[in-house]
Design a protein around this ligand. Structure first.
Ligand code: MN
Length: 586
């Protein structure tokens, strides 16, 4: 079809030959002619042939049908570029100019330039119909050459591309919808994260607000419990009730905060090789009073294996205490708890606690580990919120372990924790806890020393004042805000400073910085005593240079021990024997 003589699709004249051959040739020609006619008259694609300048010479039935022009409207009048989207023609000219590094005029040249260079060219082009509507087409362009290979015209065959364009448009619409949905999802995620942060901040400040009154309740109750004259047995019972409820409330606040930290992804764990046997030993000591009080026998095995696991020691202890405490709490009178350690699979250690309680139905087992679900114990005698197990589960899972329970109604329940075992045990520094031993009374001839307490809350001030009234060796000064605290410190050079963090004006951290930057007060140990009790608060406080960081509510024994340590430190510093300040978690 590309070889054309004068005008499009003309054939070379027949040469004289044998009749038979001539007849066959004629037949072939007729057949070819019929085919050509069929193609030209096909309504399914447009055939537009032009002369070498682009002026339309042939406009087939398909072109007429698809474009709405009659052949007579266009032949010898216009070029295909005149019935194409002008913007596309311009864009094509620009693209080709760049691609072929030669200037190409936006017009018919742009449509046929490649074909004129013998390059096969098929591209998308939008024709503009006579009625102005658009027809997306795929156009195949061929140069028509004479016998001497000179270009005598071009043939543009177009097929209707509407369906594909529709599919493409639909796909791009779906793409947009998908992108929008993803964007909305991303926004929702950001909003949820912000809400989580806000929740976590809210809980952290709520914790502070709850701890402050609790400090007064527990502090004064401890003061009365240990005061002189000793309380009567009736008073002692009342004080015990206050203390028990208070410490429980504190535990509750801590659990809720733990849960909030975990849920907001802000809990940090420090996994290290640790001995489960050793931690269980600590747990045994901690749980013994509760067990004795409830008349439950807790059987700890004699561990021959240290049962080394890689986990966060503090958090493992928290989980094990929680399970032990539950096993004692939800047991029967005179019941027992059996503690076991065993390797359940290669590289996995299981600690289990078997109790002799009522046991749990399958339904109740399935509801374990849900927050605030007390499995119908709401009206029961035992206090608890059901948060403990939820926190335990999250903690164990964060450490790569598993937690679970099995139970038989009427026989008891078995709660277990599995952790990854480890081979190497790094030398672990001795736990730097403070012993709750009562401070030794000061010898009569001890010179009186002074303590400055910077605190804005009157109840806290009064509490510490009463506690210190028991120490004849100590005189207390007080300031209600940071600025006056610094003034007093400069003026009186106290041996020890006790500093609240949330203070009017400058806060305790700023006050500490000013004190340590001032040569007159730099050597005085400053103990933080704050209701900001989140781990990061404590960490920040110790980094800032507090001698110790105590959290409210005050634990009287711990408070006295810390005070003594600070006094010893102050004496050492005064002797010129400068010692490194201890950085110890309270
Ligand atoms: Mn305060």
């Amino acid at each position: 079809m590309t070889r054309a003589g004068n005008g499009a699709f003309a054939y070379a004249p027949a040469s004289p030959a044998a009749d038979v051959v001539e007849v066959q040739r004629q037949k072939a020609l007729i057949k070819a002619g019929a085919l050509q006619k069929a193609i030209l008259e096909s309504a399914n694609f447009s055939s537009i042939a032009t002369d070498e300048r682009g002026v339309i010479q042939l406009f087939n039935v398909g072109a007429e049908r698809m474009l709405g022009y009659q052949a007579g409207d266009v032949i010898n009048r216009i070029t295909p570029a005149d019935i194409s989207d002008p913007a596309e023609v311009v864009a094509r000219a620009q693209a080709l100019s760049i691609e072929l590094a030669t200037p190409i005029t936006p017009g018919f040249e742009a449509l046929v330039f490649k074909a004129s260079r013998g390059i096969e060219d098929v591209y998308e082009l939008t024709y503009i119909r006579k009625d102005g509507s658009r027809l997306p087409a795929i156009v195949s362009v061929t140069a028509l050459q004479d016998a001497a290979d000179a270009i005598i015209g071009y043939l543009l065959i177009g097929t209707d591309n509407t369906a594909r364009k529709l599919v493409e448009a639909e796909r791009s619409r779906l793409d947009q919808v998908l992108k929008r949905s993803l964007r909305e999802l991303e926004n929702a995620k950001v909003a949820a994260e912000q809400a989580n942060l806000a929740k976590s901040d809210f809980l952290s400040s709520m914790s502070h607000e709850l701890r402050s009154p609790l400090n007064a309740i527990l502090g004064f109750a401890q003061l009365m419990e240990t005061g002189a004259p000793s309380p009567t047995p009736g008073q002692k019972d009342s004080i015990d009730q206050i203390l028990q409820a208070g410490w429980y409330l504190l535990e509750l606040i801590n659990e809720i905060l733990d849960l909030a930290l975990i849920e907001s992804g802000r809990l940090s764990l420090s996994p290290e090789p640790m001995s489960l046997a050793e931690v269980l030993g600590d747990c045994q000591a901690m749980i013994e009073p509760q067990a004795q009080k409830s008349g439950i026998r807790v059987g700890f095995p004699d561990f021959e294996d240290p049962w080394l696991v890689k986990a966060d020691r503090t958090r493992v202890k928290q989980v094990l205490i929680n399970l032990l405490s539950n096993a004692i709490k939800y047991n029967r009178v005179g019941g027992r708890v059996d503690v076991r350690c065993a390797a359940v699979a290669p590289g996995r250690v299981r600690v289990s606690f078997q109790d002799t309680g009522e046991g749990l139905s399958e339904n109740k087992l399935a509801q374990l580990f849900q927050p605030f679900n007390r499995l119908g114990q709401e009206g029961g005698a035992q206090e608890g919120t059901g948060i403990g197990l939820v926190v335990s589960k999250r903690l164990v899972e964060l450490m790569g372990g598993a937690i679970g329970a099995e139970s038989t109604v009427g026989v008891g329940s078995l709660f277990w924790v599995e952790l990854a075992s480890t081979a190497a045990l790094q030398p672990v520094a001795a736990a730097a806890g403070v012993s709750p031993a009562a401070p030794a009374p000061a010898p009569a001839d001890t010179p009186q020393r002074s303590l400055l307490y910077v605190e804005d809350n009157p109840a806290n001030l009064m509490l510490v004042e009463r506690l210190l009234a028991r120490r004849s060796d100590l005189r207390m000064l007080s300031a209600r805000d940071g600025r006056s605290g610094i003034e007093l410190a400069r003026l009186h050079q106290p041996d020890v400073i006790l500093m609240d963090i949330n203070l009017p004006g400058i806060n305790g951290l700023t006050a500490l910085r000013i004190l340590t930057e001032d040569g007159r007060t730099a050597g005085i140990p400053v103990i933080a005593l704050s209701a900001n009790a989140m781990p990061r608060d404590i960490e920040r406080g110790l980094q800032a240079g507090f001698f110790r960081y105590l959290t409210k509510p005050i634990k009287v024994a711990e408070f006295m021990v810390t005070l003594d340590a600070a006094l010893v430190h102050a004496a050492g510093a005064a002797d010129g024997a400068a010692r490194q300040p201890e950085v110890v978690q309270p």
